[in-house]
Design a protein around this ligand. Structure first.
Ligand code: PAF
Length: 306
């Protein structure tokens, strides 16, 4: 790690923030920390993130702090889950600010490794291929080839290093949660996945690290995504699945600068597209929209089992 006046970057950050939270950079130290916690019988909650933390992440952290004796958060922009190198380059990075926020929430340890620590053989060496089920073959699985294999690779590794009892994920990434559940089932990993509701700005825009990349013009119109989805729930009561789908896409595509990449109305249990409302008791609409160059995702529930 780079040195500056005899101190590592981690020591410098720690001294500036005056933290009691551990900042851990290596797999060895992370494994030791979590073994020590397990050894003293502590129940551990884990929140994996890619940093650029916002209230959505912090709501997961707060839930973990409340429900577990020890909370560990990872901050790692995982290169192998980006199918587009520019997207990886542009992804916001705000490490010191992230650490400050996590310390203020009472997090016990943050795991923030370098890419070389996680992928010592380089990024080009393919990892193992995970069995992720049909849920990984639709929507993001089609539009971001390799993305879910990359997510599975890092989440599998993090779970094996941290070995938490519970792990917290936001429902904005609805499909990601389904894929991670499939991954841990197939890998025999014993972690309870806790799905947490989407957090929104006052104007309805789903909180996302990518929102900071929006131009002021696109930030003004981006709330139309949620507004349109919300409107479509009422519309769906009198209209077919296809008509509901089309009205959402037509409305958003008509907004200058916006382009719907996909909108799928799916059975929330399998993520398979549906054609009739009667096909499932639990139905969700998942959308990805380009707002200028920024790719935003969101979802809405149409039907929920009683
Ligand atoms: O949802 C995310 O931020 C990432 O996909 C995750 C789960 C931290 C893996 O890199």
């Amino acid at each position: 790690m780079q040195r500056n006046s005899g101190k590592t970057i981690t020591e410098l950050i720690k001294s500036r923030i005056n933290l009691t939270m551990e900042i851990i950079r290596t797999i060895h130290d992370m494994t030791e920390f979590s073994s020590r916690q397990r050894g003293r019988g502590a129940v551990m909650g884990f929140v994996p993130t890619m940093g650029a933390l916002h209230e959505g992440h912090l709501s997961l952290v707060r839930k973990s702090v409340k429900e577990n004796q020890v909370t560990i958060v990872s901050v790692f922009v995982n290169p192998v889950q980006f199918n587009n190198p520019d997207d990886f380059k542009m992804y916001p990075r705000t490490e010191e600010e992230d650490f400050r926020k996590l310390a203020a929430e009472g997090v016990d340890a943050v795991f923030a490794p370098m890419a070389e620590e996680i992928y010592p053989d380089g990024l080009d060496k393919p990892g193992k291929t995970y069995e992720l089920g049909k849920a990984a073959e639709v929507m993001e699985g089609i539009h971001r080839p390799g993305h879910f294999q990359g997510v599975a690779r890092i989440v599998d590794l993090l779970f094996r290093i941290v070995r938490p009892k519970r792990a917290y994920f936001g429902e904005k990434d609805f499909q990601q949660i389904a894929v991670i559940r499939n991954m841990i089932k197939n890998e025999g990993i014993d972690v309870e996945i806790v799905a947490c509701p989407i957090k929104r700005a006052d104007d309805g825009l789903a909180l996302s690290s990518r929102n900071s990349l929006l131009t002021p013009e696109m930030r003004k119109v981006a709330p139309e995504i949620h507004a349109t989805l919300k409107y479509s729930v009422d519309y769906s009561k009198e209209h077919s699945v296809k008509a509901t789908h089309d009205t959402v896409v037509e409305h958003l595509d008509a907004i200058p600068g916006m382009r719907v990449e996909y909108f799928e109305i799916v059975d929330a249990r399998t993520l398979a597209p549906i054609e009739e409302w009667e096909e499932s008791p639990w139905i969700v609409g998942c959308i990805t929209v380009y707002c200028g160059d920024v790719r935003l995702i969101d979802n809405i529930t149409y039907r929920l089992p009683n």
